[in-house]
Design a protein around this ligand. Structure first.
Ligand SMILES: [Zn+2]
Length: 264
């Protein structure tokens, strides 16, 4: 291929990069046209399983970006938009299994006190990741830290021989203290210390697009802070349930964890 042609393609795909890749599988994203943006001025309200869905404009169309739950069944699913149902197809996907050894077995088989804490925290985290703010979505993402991918999204996980929830993010190996960057512009929604996630920062990128950074050794932002893409939110660590220092990075659409790699 001629160099200039390749360059042109790179420029063109550069414009498309501000949108995630569609991959309509459990844990993936379905991108569904819902209205003509040349005649419909404001983003239409779209829901999936009762939750508000991210809608963004591209090439004269309003597109719904649907986060498909990891436990979704393959087959026909529906969006609700302006009183009508829009069908879309979810394809099957099998994720691989990962076996993980955790030294602190209380992180695998929590005692009663820890179990109570976990139940409360799950409710808090569910509320945070399901937040929908009306600002237009920012979909131009960068990798939040350099390093090798050591845990892919969606892997079924066996901790110390016990089956646990599938992996809800991407793990990036990096040394403790490595700066963690905001993947896109947004507003800090929440910071906290959770049993499994350790020190964590949630960032709202508008219209139900939320990112999360976990196991941090340090948090350097506070709720309400406005961030530009690349602003530092904290540092890599191994707090919570972690085998060693790494960044766990999650992205949520309509409250569902989706594969962050689809945004890169
Ligand atoms: Zn992880």
């Amino acid at each position: 291929m001629k160099k200039w042609l390749l360059f042109g393609l790179v420029l063109y795909s550069g414009q498309l990069l501000a949108f995630p890749r569609a991959n309509p599988v459990p844990g993936g994203i379905a991108i569904i046209p819902v209205a003509d943006a040349t005649t419909t001025v404001t983003a239409p309200v779209v829901q999936y399983e009762g939750k508000r869905v991210t809608v963004a404009q591209q090439d004269g169309a309003w597109l719904a970006l649907v986060g498909i739950p990891l436990d979704a069944q393959a087959g026909e699913h529906h969006l609700q938009a302006a009183g009508s149902l829009i069908p879309f197809e979810v394809q099957p996907k099998q994720y691989r299994t990962q076996r993980i050894r955790i030294n602190d077995n209380n992180k695998v088989e929590p005692d009663d006190e820890s179990s109570q804490r976990i139940v409360q925290e799950l409710a808090v985290q569910k509320g945070i990741k399901s937040r929908y703010s009306p600002q237009a979505a920012t979909l131009d993402f960068i990798r939040p830290a350099p390093g090798a991918d050591t845990g892919r999204f969606g892997m079924r996980r066996i901790f110390n021989g016990q089956q646990r929830n599938p992996h809800s993010g991407m793990d990036i190996a990096a040394a403790t203290g490595t700066p963690v960057k905001a993947t896109a512009a947004g507003r800090v929604l929440h910071t906290g210390d959770f049993f499994f996630s350790g020190n964590v920062v949630y960032v709202d990128h508008g219209s139900g697009v939320i990112s999360m950074y976990a196991h941090l050794s340090q948090i350097t932002v506070k709720p309400g802070d406005n961030l530009q893409q690349g602003d530092i939110v904290g540092a890599v660590g191994s707090t919570g349930r972690a085998t060693g220092p790494h960044l766990h990075w999650s992205v949520y659409l309509n409250g569902e964890a989706v594969d962050p790699a689809l945004f890169l």
